[in-house]
Design a protein around this ligand. Structure first.
Ligand SMILES: [Zn+2]
Length: 235
């Protein structure tokens, strides 16, 4: 029988309890987690020629009430009114601040990235994928662009020549992944001009992520959300 290194690698990974989470989910990069931690080296890519920014930002609700989940994009992303946000504001004003905090909208960012190195999923190395991230990682991008200390050089992480690779490090904080240990490496060019061109040609448009058709109407969201919180009131 022919020696199949790929099969062997997968077998070893399975034995070590490595889970490849949503590996190819819509072309989004997900680090493999092994016993609560994961890592990879990514490179944030610049904006597409016809798009203004190398990221889009989207508000999202993920609310669990009595075991039922309400998960949907929040129309406040497009400066539209949102029944879930309104409900939270009412909760907050009525003094129910813990519940309001637990249900509040969360901000996510989407970017194109080059997977420089994925130690647990070598087949991802060199691939251009999308990456969804939250405030912790965005704050690190912001800190690179707007350093607090005057003796720190300004780095635009999205620059192909003067940007820097991003060391993604994920640890487990209770039930939530924690990206706080992630950091940018020293600035370095992404590659030679031919490599850069080949990488950039694989980016995908981000505009569709926040297109109006990605958001339910106020009425649809209300019809979906009210029964969920209604059930909670009875309990
Ligand atoms: Zn909302």
């Amino acid at each position: 029988m022919k020696y199949d290194s790929e099969m062997l690698r997968k077998k070893i990974a399975a034995m070590q309890g490595i889970t490849a989470v949503n590996k190819d989910h819509d072309g989004y990069f997900q680090p493999s987690m092994n016993q609560g931690s994961g890592s990879a080296v990514l490179r944030f890519l610049p904006a597409m020629p016809d798009e203004d920014f190398p990221f889009v930002r989207i508000w999202n609700h993920a609310v669990k009430v009595d075991g039922k989940w309400f998960i949907d994009n929040c129309p406040s992303t497009l400066n539209q009114p949102c029944p879930v946000c309104e409900s939270n504001t009412a909760l907050w004003k009525s003094g129910n601040k813990d519940l309001a905090s637990a249900r509040k909208r969360k901000l996510y960012y989407h970017s194109n990235v080059l997977v420089v190195r994925d130690p647990k999923q070598a087949e991802n190395d060199g691939k251009v994928m999308r990456f969804k991230y939250g405030k912790t990682i965005f704050d690190k991008i912001d800190a690179a662009l707007n350093p607090v200390f005057p003796d720190t050089i300004i780095v635009n992480p999205f620059d192909v020549d003067e940007g820097a690779n991003f060391r993604l490090r994920v640890t487990q904080n209770g039930n939530f992944p924690d990206y706080g240990k992630s950091s940018f490496e020293q600035p370095s060019p992404m590659g030679d001009p031919e490599q850069v061109e080949a990488i950039l040609s694989q980016r995908t448009s981000l505009a569709g992520i926040v297109a109006p058709d990605q958001f339910k109407s106020y009425e649809e969201l209300k019809a979906k959300f009210d029964p969920i919180i209604g059930a909670a009131k009875v309990a």
